[in-house]
Design a protein around this ligand. Structure first.
Ligand SMILES: NC(=O)c1ccc[n+]([C@@H]2O[C@H](COP(=O)([O-])OP(=O)(O)OC[C@H]3O[C@@H](n4cnc5c(N)ncnc54)[C@H](OP(=O)(O)O)[C@@H]3O)[C@@H](O)[C@H]2O)c1
Length: 295
């Protein structure tokens, strides 16, 4: 099976690229846009005819995974057109690629399609996005499911894990602890989610792609935490850290985009089909992180 990972330089995409490549019988190709990460070639989903783009035609993928989006939720709220382009229009272009190569699509979505009144959510829960980001992700999901038969939409939230740029929240805080950086954080105590390791997302996605699954699947870790609990967990691994935080409500934070407060995702559907799958925990990741940092 040949899988093209668009956004292979990002957190989710890079983990998928390395896991897929380690599986027997798999051929992978990964792309970047602004950050030329290892094993990636340039590709712009907003300009699919750019002659500088990677040669997808020669690769001729069976499956195309689309990880590209404007993921900065507050920026999406103020830059609506840019959000539409980078999330919806880019997905429309990837749909065209799927049609051209007769490929199935793996699309990566979010729990921000829900309003956060009563999470964690299962796949059949009623959607009601509160933010521009959530609305555009939902629109993209629906386009994929309607226009590319046999496609998979996975919903994830609060992803952490190994990545070249260490830009995800959990890793950034852990890294700041290791480096002895002084940080003063304001953390929303009322935003709950189910953080997931990108390495687990990659493993789960591989199974779904290999087994020709279709439709929506939640992929989430077993922790259900708010931001304060998440940071307390991280700091507990680094007793000499110089990080302090203030626990505030989301209303007090005044973020431009509304968040689903009681968010998070239930994985009963996925676990019902893959009962032997084990999702790792934030603690597992932090233990590994400390070991790699020789602490
Ligand atoms: N991280 C989370 O907690 C989370 C939660 C829910 C859903 N998601 C979804 O998961 C997906 C992946 O997120 P992530 O956390 O891995 O984000 P990320 O690390 O920012 O990765 C985004 C990827 O998209 C690429 N990209 C951006 N604009 C592009 C364009 N015009 N053409 C081609 N590629 C482009 C980026 O390339 P460069 O970096 O090289 O520019 C990068 O490889 C996104 O769709 C996001 O909405 C993420």
């Amino acid at each position: 099976m040949k899988i093209l990972v668009i956004g292979g330089s990002g957190l989710v995409g890079s983990n998928c690229l390395s896991h897929f490549a380690s599986q027997p019988g798999m051929e992978v190709m990964g792309t970047y846009f602004s950050y030329p990460a290892s094993n990636t070639e340039y590709f712009d989903t907003l300009n699919i005819d750019n002659p500088e783009n990677a040669d997808i035609e020669s690769f001729d993928p069976d499956v195309i995974m689309h990880c590209g989006a404007l993921t900065h939720v507050d920026k999406c709220e103020t830059e609506v057109e840019e959000s539409y382009d980078k999330t919806v229009r880019s997905t429309l272009n990837v749909i065209e690629l799927c049609k051209a190569y007769d490929a199935r699509m793996l699309y990566v979505s979010t729990d921000y399609v829900f309003d956060g009144k009563d999470g964690p959510y299962d796949e059949n829960a009623e959607v009601n996005p509160l933010s521009v980001y959530g609305k555009h992700k939902l629109e993209a999901e629906q386009l994929v499911l309607n226009k590319v038969p046999g496609s998979v939409v996975i919903r994830i939230t609060n992803v952490y894990g190994d990545e070249e740029r260490n830009k995800n929240f959990v890793t950034r805080i852990a890294e700041a602890c290791v480096k002895g950086e002084t940080l003063e954080l304001k953390l929303p105590v009322d935003q709950y989610a189910t953080p997931v390791n990108a390495a687990d997302v990659a493993k789960a996605l591989f199974l779904l792609a290999r087994d020709g699954k279709s439709g929506i699947y939640n992929i989430a870790g077993v922790d259900f935490l708010n931001r304060v609990e998440l940071v307390e967990k991280i700091l507990s691994f680094f007793p000499n850290n110089k990080i302090t935080f203030q626990s505030v409500t989301t209303a007090e934070l005044g973020q431009p985009a509304s968040r689903p407060l009681m968010g998070g995702l239930k994985t009963d559907k996925f676990m019902g089909e893959y009962p032997d799958f084990v999702f790792s925990t934030v603690n597992d990741y932090l233990r590994d992180f400390k070991e790699k940092a020789n602490i």
